[in-house]
Write a protein that binds this ligand. Structure first.
Ligand SMILES: [Zn+2]
Length: 232
């Protein structure tokens, strides 16, 4: 955990709270949860032999990343949830690539393939579909996880890695201990990159179809639902 904290601080800047810990519960919750300063994990995550070490580590980093993205900077409305889960999934994937040799491009290509199906099922990343009358549905659906880290990947492709990394640091510093909206993110991304990104984000965050991936014109999306493990 200290090494993961150092890694996260190297990516986005100082940890926003005074303490951090993990609570490993002997319980089946069906999720892990980014409780502020004390992330909650099911014991099985750590004891199930089928999970490789890189996977467990990347889930730990997912919940840790939420301390910045979600807990320190909180979403203004539930439609801004993609900012929480997209970023947590982003650092999960980045950690898996840097420490576990799991290709992020491969993961993103797979997410791209599934993305149109996720959008059809759950709505676009920043405009989640409501339930049908009388039904209850979960907002925590694939389009806000890898479907939204895919948006961040597209953004990094579009504005380049240095501007993207600056934006990430600026975002958590500017909105620390506050709430922030999708419009705030678009505005800061435009400011940091020196470009008007309204059109880019309109297509990526509100489009029914996944826009072409900058730098990967050959990537294709198929309207098929893909199962993913549940993360908080
Ligand atoms: Zn999460």
């Amino acid at each position: 955990t200290p090494a993961q904290l150092a890694w996260m601080e190297g990516k986005v800047g100082r940890y926003p709270f005074e303490n951090y810990g993990l609570l490993i519960a002997q319980a089946r919750t069906g999720f892990e949860l980014e409780t502020q300063t004390l992330s909650l994990f099911e014991k099985d995550i750590f004891t199930e032999p089928a999970y490789p070490a890189w996977y467990i580590d990347s889930i730990m980093v997912h919940e840790m990343a939420h301390q910045w993205f979600g807990d320190s900077v909180s979403p203004r409305t539930w439609s801004d949830l993609w900012l929480n889960e997209g970023h947590a999934s982003w650092y999960e994937a980045l950690y898996a690539q840097e420490k576990g040799h799991q290709s992020m491009a491969k993961r993103m290509r797979e997410a791209y393939r599934a993305s149109d199906g996720w959008r059809a099922a759950g709505g676009p990343p920043a405009a989640p579909k409501g339930p049908r009358p009388g039904q209850k549905i979960s907002l925590f659906r694939p389009v806000v996880y890898d479907g939204s880290s895919l948006v961040l990947y597209a953004l990094r492709q579009e504005i380049g890695t240095p501007a993207f990394e600056r934006l990430e640091r600026d975002w958590v510093r500017t909105h620390r201990d506050g709430t922030a909206s999708t419009a705030d993110f678009i505005s800061l991304a435009s400011q940091t990159s020196g470009r008007d990104l309204q059109g880019f984000f309109r297509a990526w965050l509100y489009g029914k179809k996944t826009p072409p991936m900058p730098g990967h014109p050959d990537w294709k999306s198929a309207p098929v639902e893909k199962a993913k493990p549940v993360k908080g």
